[in-house]
Every structure is written in structure tokens, then in C-alpha cells.
Design a protein around this ligand. Structure first.
Ligand code: OOG
Ligand code: MG
Length: 257
């Protein structure tokens, strides 16, 4: 089989995001496996870095059954976050910059110093300085928001934008906090942090392990999104979105066009 053209696929997905225009899935035709898909993701995000964006963190995807069921892919995945994707809490996001945006409630970690490879992994509170409620705006670059596992990995796990609420010290328990997603004050999704791999702290172990396989080490000061606890909801201009996590408070954003 001819080796997949990593650079060309990355350029196609970068243009799709930049012009908010959906493209057909690429993995089956190009013969992308998971490793090649992560190589596409690295090349795709490199386009952003070449335009002056900075890497500010990592996001986990499909860490809950609700998310796996919604998109029909049942493997935990990870993607990269840049500074340009961050929207201030209480700010606005222009939906015309996206193809078919959806929002989902997340829990964010602010990373402290992580162990060097080979060093024993310490306590969660050694690795995480603070936690916050968050909103992720996802936007698949593929038509109909439909993709295979390597497709979604190549597409930087549908990363679009994110909002981080106020940071709090790590509470005693993180494994069973109520989670709500509100649209214009109405509850659109209800869940629990228990839906995130049983305990969102596990998402960090998975992130360290899975990103490490591809030579990516998590950095002090990075933001880490543990993955949505509920299914995502389509985002339309004019609405106000709020994600609330018990004990942590809320994060909000208004969609404009
Ligand atoms: C893939 C990204 C999944 C999450 O929190 O599970 C994700 C998608 O649903 O398009 O960000
Ligand atoms: Mg997410």
C-alpha cells in the first residue's frame, strides 16, 4: 500500500477548519491507522503554530460512554489545545467560524510539574494545581459530524474552542460531582463526573500514557480537559451556554454570528 500523505491530509483539514467548510472523511481512502492519524494531528496543529499560535494544553475525548455512543467510536483519544482556541469565561464565540459546532460540559485541570519519564507518578494533587468547570466547543471538520477513530484523531479530536471557569483548589472527591449543561438557562444535559472513566482523575493518567506514546509530554501550566461527562449539544447563534460542575461553579459563553 502507498504510504498516506500525512502533510496533504493535514493541509486539507487545516483549510477545512480555517474556511469552516466540511470535507469527506480521509482515513479509509488514505489507509490511515491510529499512529498515522496522530502524525496527521501533529502536522495539522503545526499549521496553527506556524501562524503564531501556542500550545497551551491537551484534551481528552471519548472518556465517557455518553460521548462514545453519540459518535459511534469507543476508544479514548487525545488532542491538542492552542491559545487561539481559548474564549474568556463569560465571553462570546462567533459560530460562523465553525461548520456544525456543538458544546459539552467538561472538567479542566491546571497542571503542575509532572514526573519525568521513569520517575514515579506522585499524587494527583502533586500533578494538578487547580480544577475548574469548563465548556468545550467541538466541531468535526467531516461532513455530517461522522467519522472513524483515525479520522477524528487526525482532525485533532474535533477541537474547536474552550472556556475555562474559575479555578478552585482540588476538592477532596472529584469522582461523583453533578454536571449540568444549560442553554439559555434550561437544562440540556445532566450527568456526573463519574461518567468520565469512573473518575476524571483517571483521564489524566490516560492522557499521560496515550500522549507519551507519541512523544508528547504534558507541561507545567498546561490546561487539561478530561473529556465531556454528557453528550454534546448543537450550538446556535443567540444562545447562552453554561456548564456547571458541583462544588466548582460554572463557566459560560454566548454564541453570536
Ligand atoms: C470527538 C471529541 C470528543 C469529548 O469530550 O469526548 C470530546 C467528538 O465528539 O467529535 O471532546
Ligand atoms: Mg470534549
Amino acid at each position: 500500500m502507498i504510504a498516506p500523505d500525512i502533510a496533504q491530509i493535514a493541509a486539507t483539514l487545516d483549510r477545512a477548519a480555517d474556511t469552516a467548510t466540511a470535507v469527506p472523511q480521509v482515513a479509509a481512502e488514505a489507509g490511515l491507522d491510529v499512529d498515522a492519524a496522530y502524525a496527521v494531528q501533529a502536522a495539522l496543529v503545526q499549521h496553527r503554530l506556524d501562524r503564531g499560535e501556542r500550545l497551551v494544553g491537551l484534551k481528552m475525548g471519548l472518556t465517557s460512554k455518553a460521548k462514545m455512543a453519540q459518535v459511534g467510536v469507543d476508544e479514548v483519544i487525545w488532542g491538542r489545545l492552542t491559545d487561539a482556541m481559548r474564549v474568556p469565561d463569560g465571553g462570546t464565540v462567533d459560530v460562523t467560524g465553525f461548520i456544525h459546532p456543538r458544546v459539552e460540559p467538561e472538567v479542566a485541570f491546571l497542571l503542575d510539574r509532572l514526573p519525568e519519564p521513569g520517575e514515579p507518578v506522585g499524587d494527583f494533587t502533586d500533578a494538578v494545581r487547580a480544577v475548574a468547570p469548563a465548556i468545550e466547543l467541538i466541531d468535526s471538520r467531516y461532513a455530517n459530524f461522522t467519522f472513524s477513530l483515525p479520522d477524528v484523531i487526525a482532525d485533532n479530536t474535533s477541537a474547536g474552542a474552550f472556556v475555562i471557569g474559575p479555578w478552585s483548589p482540588v476538592p477532596d472527591g472529584l469522582e461523583n460531582l453533578g454536571v449540568l449543561l444549560e442553554i439559555d438557562g434550561r437544562v440540556a444535559q445532566v450527568g456526573s463526573t463519574a461518567a468520565i472513566l469512573g473518575d476524571p482523575r483517571r483521564a489524566l493518567d490516560e492522557g499521560i500514557r496515550l500522549a507519551g506514546r507519541h512523544g508528547v509530554r504534558l507541561r507545567e501550566g498546561w490546561v487539561f480537559l478530561a473529556g465531556a461527562a454528557t453528550a454534546a449539544v448543537p450550538l446556535r447563534a443567540g444562545v447562552r451556554v453554561r456548564a456547571v460542575v458541583e462544588k466548582l461553579g460554572g463557566a459560560s459563553v454566548r454564541a453570536v454570528s
